[in-house]
Design a protein around this ligand. Structure first.
Ligand code: PGA
Length: 287
């Protein structure tokens, strides 16, 4: 299966179109489109998922310059896919196994996700790492499997509060980034979105300050530059995640190295999520 990366619409940005040898320079020089994804986690029932997806999709006319995705729970992926059909909002999953099939009771494979219409998959979320003990090595296997089967990973990295207080933020995100991208080629990196999510900011209402976010995002881009070269690193989108809401989104999304948001709690309320999308769309227009 050939990789299918990127968001909806006729975009031409480096992070969202398939790699074509010889066009890399041209692609890398175009700006990164803002990408907002809603992580619904283990919330909503079937009707609620369909309603929320429709409410977001109904406003999709306003999002021509940004990429948008929603990531419902596994059982409702197909229902939400149906609600999004023909709209500018893409479907994502929250996790997956790294094998295509087999005796892995309770797991869901990359091919299954692609089969029900997923374009994106969140991998290495801090709740997977810290509640379900996922290691960097497992996350790396998942990232490579997602890319192999044409899914675009949203790869999460981020430090715990104690790690930040001990001055280890850069070290932690570097370890996570390098290990999770082990063996990922520069052609494939084009399909990856990085999400910086400080664990202390997730679901706590304590959003990182713009200065804190920009510092880590710039560090991540520097690391990507070391690993893949400047042209490639400039094309990779780095989302911020952790207590993003309509009233703080603008201040984060306008930062030079923040290319979108991974939104948890606020993505469960249509009005709040739409407020974030409008903030992003306004910035995209003024770029
Ligand atoms: P939050 O979650 O927006 O509720 O802090 C973000 C996330 O977990 O991705």
């Amino acid at each position: 299966m050939s990789p299918c990366f990127g968001g909806e619409g006729e975009h031409k940005d480096a992070a969202a179109v398939g790699f074509a040898p010889g066009r890399a320079e041209e692609l890398m020089s175009t700006p990164r489109r803002l990408f907002i994804a809603g992580n619904w986690k283990m919330n909503l029932d079937r009707a609620g998922s369909q309603r929320l997806a429709s409410a977001v999709a109904d406003q999709s006319y306003a999002y021509t310059k940004i990429d948008v995705a929603v990531c419902p729970a596994f059982p409702y992926l197909a229902d939400v896919h149906e609600a999004l059909t023909g709209r500018r909002v893409a479907l994502g999953a929250q996790n997956m196994h790294y094998e295509a099939s087999g005796a892995y009771t309770g797991e869901v494979s990359p091919t299954m996700l692609a089969d029900v219409g997923c374009k994106y998959v969140i991998l290495g979320h801090s709740e997977r790492r810290h509640v379900f003990s996922e290691t960097d090595e497992m996350v790396n296997r998942k990232v490579r499997a997602a890319l192999q089967f044409g899914l675009a990973p949203i790869l999460c990295v981020g430090e715990l509060l104690a790690e930040r207080e001990a001055g280890k933020t850069n070290e932690i995100v570097e370890r996570q980034l390098r290990a999770s991208l082990n063996g990922v080629s520069f052609e494939h990196l084009r399909g990856v979105t990085i999400a910086y999510e400080p664990v202390w900011a997730i679901g706590t209402g304590k959003v990182a300050t713009p200065a804190q976010a920009e510092e880590v995002h710039a560090h991540l881009r520097k690391l990507l530059t070391t690993m893949y070269g400047a042209d490639i690193a400039q094309g990779v989108r780095i989302q911020y995640g952790g207590s993003v809401k309509a009233d703080n989104a603008g201040g984060l999304l306008e930062l030079p190295n923040v290319d979108g948001a991974l939104v948890g709690g606020a993505s469960l309320k249509a009005e709040e999520f739409l407020g974030i999308l409008h903030a992003a769309a306004r910035l995209a227009k003024s770029q």
